[in-house]
Design a protein around this ligand. Structure first.
Ligand SMILES: [Zn+2]
Ligand SMILES: [Zn+2]
Length: 140
């Protein structure tokens, strides 16, 4: 592959933004990072990187908040379900007689929380997958 400007010189790099082949002179040497064909492409490459970083942080914040919500709902659901079911099953009937509808409601609430945690976990995993993919693409 030859340089896009110097057709007799072998290319050693490609512009990060437009993908054109560049010779050592056009690539601007080792110290120029990222390698681009000119100021216009440098600006575009930097902008793309900033946008990617911004999205990465955006998704990281989302993933984190969905993760905490998932854990909160799962913990709350488990505690409420076990508490409600435990009292309902193991305490004497005369004690439960008055409040069993309340206990049933408690168990139902706990199960709803657990179902919510399952849904939240799905969203959290989706954001985590996007983050992983972004990191992979950024590392290339
Ligand atoms: Zn370029
Ligand atoms: Zn050149």
């Amino acid at each position: 592959m030859k340089c896009c400007r110097h057709v007799s010189v072998d290319a050693v790099a490609v512009c990060r933004s437009c993908g054109r082949a560049l010779c050592p002179e056009c690539a601007g040497g080792e110290e120029k990072q990222p390698v681009t064909c000119g100021p216009e492409c440098s600006r575009r490459a930097e902008r793309d990187e900033l946008v990617q970083e911004l999205f990465g942080q955006h998704y990281a914040a989302y993933a984190l908040s969905y993760k905490s919500l998932t854990i909160m709902f799962a913990a709350l659901g488990a505690i409420v379900t076990v508490l409600g079911a435990g009292i309902l099953l193991f305490l004497p009937w005369w004690f439960n007689e008055e409040i069993w509808p309340l206990l049933l409601a408690l168990v139902a609430l706990g199960l709803v929380c657990i179902a919510g945690a399952v849904l939240l976990r799905r969203i959290w995993k989706k954001y985590a997958a996007i983050l992983r993919r972004l990191a992979e693409l950024g590392a290339k």
